[in-house]
Design a protein around this ligand. Structure first.
Ligand code: ADP
Ligand code: MG
Length: 596
């Protein structure tokens, strides 16, 4: 079944549900829909972006209280009076207030890493909850009642079965736009967050921006859920916006399958129904003596997570034998504009007196060398010589203690790696940094990030398909260039380590670099693969790309490179043609001294 057919089937079932189900179940479906809306935001934030938030219930509260205050206030200040006239108008105000609060909280919390981040979300989640219960104009503990129902024209949604359609329209819009977003340039940038900040930034992704974007989007989803909730209940009080509910929303996203948009819907359904049934049935079995439902609820959730670690949705997909459809590549898409390459022989990189100290250790001492366009230069030396440190400083991951690095005429030492990437430097990593569950095509497409420009909103509504076609066509072209065409639609993690290194090179090439930095590209490659890599690097050199590589494999290096810089204990001990280096006594001593 095609995706659109499946979506139509879901819509048809949703459309007839209120006609055939008893009102009790329609009400339950309303609660499920409202939770699903919050959980879809969490899929993006936590499942895809890897940022765990326990505080989403507070954003539901922000939406609910904003509309409650505006639609019930007797005397709003003149300039706000328009907003209080109907719930449809407060729907314009809620996102503005929510986004402002989210930007503020996000800029404070998203800088935290590791478990400090979830702890941060707990802190502001609790604070907002207590704020709701304390402020007089929010009705303190008793809250605000007498909210009007939502109306569209003459249609007043007073009844559960009427607001039902609005709630599920919101859910479907959230599901579809989130799926669209994930399947776009911005979506890949968000997914790249899990591959680590260093990788994403090296591909030109502004990771702090991506983090704040998903934080605000998740908050907006929660706030919309709050708006719906407030006008469904027609009253608000602090209790549904506490930490307990924040944890429950997270549960829904995780149980459904945290990385999957539909998982949010399944998870909300499962958790809400389970909660309800246990509350209905257990007292009948065990009497009213204890809160057995909470214990059993917890155990059931643990069991589900134990059985289906990835959540319910992947399990449902494999049960139905649904496979992801391979992405369409439109080869006829207009080629992306290319960078003007430096002329062959022009100096593109100069390392001048670079010293890097780590405390008392001098990892690089007064290093000097330069590179020309169309040249292949190898940086070699025993383990611990300081090669990776040099690499990191050139690519902007690390900053020299002193000295200067000039790339294409610009001083870049200490600049962001994103900025340096934009100037035309691209790299692979010593330890492969791919997203193993994403296809080879999508991994390579991350490399095209800085060659596109379309943002979140066009992506959510698919107004950027022309650019997306061009980016994917470029990624496919690079995959063919490195000879991995037959694996284009396979998961990157299913390929051999050698092939994964080649994917990284394709990803780096997708950025259209004039200087390629490769950290041990031949490690783990079989003989044939090494030959193919040599061939590829020669071709790139012929096109005028400069290549700087760190490599241990001497046969590979000697047959390929133009020049070699040898390091030992952080210093340059030799520089020259491969034949000269092979004869150099200091080099021989360093190597005979016991390594490689
Ligand atoms: P290579 O890549 O040539 O094997 P490195 O550049 O990784 O060598 O390391 C050079 C020296 O610097 C080593 O002694 C290493 O322990 C030290 N070093 C590298 N990075 C750091 C760091 N972030 N903090 C402290 N010491 C470091
Ligand atoms: Mg190293």
């Amino acid at each position: 079944m095609k995706q659109s057919v499946r979506l139509l089937a879901v819509l048809a079932v949703l459309a007839i549900a209120p006609a055939v189900l008893p009102p009790y179940y329609v009400t339950l479906l309303n609660y499920i829909g409202i939770s699903a809306l919050v959980a879809v935001g969490l899929v993006l934030l936590t499942g895809v972006g890897g940022l765990t938030s326990f505080g989403q219930a507070a954003f539901v509260g922000v939406g609910a209280y904003t509309t409650a205050v505006l639609t019930t206030a007797e005397n709003l200040p003149g300039w706000m009076a328009w907003a209080g006239q109907s719930p449809s108008l407060t729907l314009c105000v809620c996102p503005v207030i929510t986004a402002t609060i989210a930007l503020l909280l996000g800029s404070l919390t998203l800088k935290l890493s590791g478990h400090y981040l979830p702890l941060g979300t707990i802190a502001w989640g609790i604070s907002l909850y207590f704020l709701f219960g304390t402020l007089d104009f929010l009705g303190a503990q008793s809250g605000i009642s007498g909210l009007p129902p939502i109306s569209i024209g003459s249609w007043v949604m007073e009844d559960g079965s009427e607001i039902y359609y609005l709630i599920w329209a919101f859910v479907m819009a959230a599901v579809v736009t989130t799926q669209n977003l994930l399947d776009s340039r911005e979506g890949r940038a968000i997914r790249a967050l899990k591959g680590g900040v260093v990788m994403a930034e090296a591909m030109g992704v502004n990771t702090s921006r991506s983090r704040i974007v998903i934080f605000v989007i998740a908050a907006l989803h929660a706030s919309a859920a709050g708006w719906l909730y407030a006008h469904m209940q027609r009253l608000v009080n602090p209790s549904p916006f506490g930490l307990h509910h924040g944890i429950e929303y997270l549960f829904m996203a995780v149980v459904g399958g945290a990385g999957y948009v539909w998982g949010a819907v399944i998870g909300s359904g499962l958790v809400t129904l389970l909660n309800q049934w246990l509350q209905d049935w257990l007292p009948k079995l065990f009497g009213h003596a204890g809160n057995y439902e909470i214990i059993i609820f917890g155990m059931l959730l643990l069991l589900i997570l134990h059985r289906a670690r990835e959540g319910m949705w992947p399990a449902v997909l494999s049960l139905l034998r649904v496979k992801a459809e391979p992405k369409k590549v439109v080869d006829s898409a207009e080629a992306l504009p290319r960078r003007t390459m430096p002329t062959r022989g022009e100096v593109i990189l100069e390392v001048k007196d670079v010293t890097r100290r780590f405390g008392g250790l001098v990892a690089n001492n007064n290093m000097n060398f330069s590179m020309r366009a169309g040249e292949i230069l190898a940086l070699i030396g025993p383990n611990g010589a300081g090669k990776s440190t040099m690499f990191n400083q050139i690519s902007g991951v690390d900053t020299p203690t002193s000295g200067e690095i000039v790339f294409t005429g610009k001083a870049v030492a200490g600049h962001d790696s994103r900025e340096i990437a934009r100037l035309g430097m691209s790299r692979s990593f010593q330890h492969v940094r791919l997203l193993p569950r994403m296809s080879v095509l999508e991994n390579v497409a991350i490399g095209t990030h800085q060659r596109g420009s379309s943002g979140v909103l066009p992506a959510a509504w698919r107004f950027e398909r022309k650019e997306e076609e061009r980016l994917l066509a470029e990624a496919a072209r690079q995959i063919r260039r490195v000879g991995l065409e037959e694996h284009m639609h396979d998961e990157a993690g299913s390929l051999s380590l050698g092939q994964q290194r080649i994917i990284e090179i394709a990803r780096a090439l997708a950025a259209d670099p004039c200087l390629l930095l490769l950290d041990e590209p031949a490690a783990g490659l079989r003989f044939k693969e090494k030959e193919a890599l040599t061939e590829l690097l020669r071709k790139l050199k012929a096109e005028g790309v400069g290549i700087l590589l760190v490599e241990h494999d001497m046969d590979f290096v000697m047959g390929l490179v133009d020049r070699i810089v040898v390091m030992e204990f952080g210093e340059k001990i030799a520089e020259g043609l491969p034949e000269e280096i092979q004869q150099n006594e200091r080099v021989l001593a360093a190597y005979l001294g016991g390594v490689e």
